[in-house]
Design a protein around this ligand. Structure first.
Ligand code: FES
Length: 120
């Protein structure tokens, strides 16, 4: 079972952006491509380029140093079947607060535009 850690908030990674995150000595490249989130090993296997700074077109990221390309969905390199970047599962956890629809005495909250009961 994979272990998940918080890497970024959705505010920090809006659609069309990327972010490099270090966690426990490893570097991850996070991408938001049109609302689809991806996480891959952030260090290019060629000579260590920062993949989070690469150009993203479709599902491909191009390393900014020498142009190696990786598919964000699979980590595969289209020009070499032997080289594959690690890809990590992403989970989005939305924190939702649940509030009672009635107070402890059973009264419902007033709606905007409705006069309080004592004004009727
Ligand atoms: S370091 Fe990425 S292509 Fe060379």
């Amino acid at each position: 079972m994979p272990h998940f850690v918080k890497m970024a908030t959705l505010d920090e990674l809006p659609p069309g952006s990327a972010k490099e995150v270090e966690h426990e000595g490893r570097v991850y490249a996070l991408f938001n491509v049109g609302g689809t989130l991806s996480a891959i090993d952030g260090i290019c296997p060629h000579q260590g380029g920062p993949l989070a700074e690469g150009l993203v077109e479709g599902t491909m990221v191009t390393c900014p140093w020498h142009g190696w390309q990786f598919d964000l969905r699979t980590g595969a390199m289209p020009t070499s079947a032997r080289i594959k970047q690690s890809v990590y599962e992403v989970k989005v956890r939305v924190r939702t607060s649940w509030w009672p629809s009635r107070d402890l005495d059973g009264a419902r909250p007033r709606g905007r535009g409705h006069p309080p009961p004592e004004m009727k």
